[in-house]
Write a protein that binds this ligand. Structure first.
Ligand SMILES: CC(C)(COP(=O)(O)OP(=O)(O)OC[C@H]1O[C@@H](n2cnc3c(N)ncnc32)[C@H](O)[C@@H]1OP(=O)(O)O)[C@@H](O)C(=O)NCCC(=O)NCCS
Length: 174
């Protein structure tokens, strides 16, 4: 069981090879180092990594919207709060950048991911029939509404600057 906080930081160019290795372990359609590099250079990209290289998240902030694209945790490190820490760091970065709605697509049968997303406030928006291949499967589109900071909230608890997320998230939830 994880006892230390999971430390999350923004990935650098030299981290891409490690993230590509994680992708290969976690997905049937892994992103290559090159694809990750292209993503990292593209508008609004966020690419987060745990300091021990066991988890990574890719997404895109185009405020007021944001998309979570991939969350990958090394099979040997699952159920220790890594996915939670990465997702919370991404949502914090979104809040700081003025994001109000976060979208993602997930395989309908990916129960661990669905549980992770629901725990973090996502709800079902729509279903896309036969959206995925290898294997063929529906996609569920989930959405999470973030509070509007201009509607009376004072300050942000987030530890990092918008667009340069460097966050520390406690791995243990209440
Ligand atoms: C989905 C994934 C990222 C979860 O990462 P993780 O580090 O194991 O998740 P966490 O330990 O932070 O779990 C957070 C919450 O998610 C849910 N969860 C995670 N794995 C679960 C599982 N196998 N079964 C049920 N719920 C699960 C739980 O609600 C959990 O909270 P809890 O521990 O308080 O019960 C990981 O399983 C993974 O990398 N899967 C392969 C890649 C993938 O499918 N990514 C998502 C689609 S892009």
């Amino acid at each position: 069981m994880q006892t230390e906080p999971v430390r999350v930081r923004q990935a650098a160019a030299e981290d891409l090879v490690r993230i590509a290795a994680l992708e290969a372990l976690c997905f049937s359609d892994p992103w290559s180092e090159r694809a990750l590099g292209s993503h990292r250079e593209s508008a609004g990209a966020i690419l987060l990594l745990t300091e021990d290289f066991a988890g990574a998240l890719t997404g895109r902030i185009l405020a007021p919207e944001m998309e979570i694209e991939r969350v990958a945790v090394h099979p040997a490190r699952r159920r220790r709060g890594y996915g939670d820490a990465l997702l919370r760091a991404a949502l914090d970065a979104g809040r700081r950048a003025g994001v109000l709605r976060v979208f993602l697509e997930v395989r309908a049968g990916n129960l661990p991911a669905l549980a992770l997303y629901r725990k973090n406030g996502f709800r079902l928006l729509s279903r896309r029939r036969d959206y995925y291949r290898d294997p063929r499967e529906d996609a569920l589109v989930l959405v999470c509404d973030l509070p509007d900071p201009s509607a009376g909230r004072t300050g942000s608890a987030g530890p990092a600057e918008a667009g340069a997320p460097e966050a520390r998230a406690a791995a243990q939830d209440p």
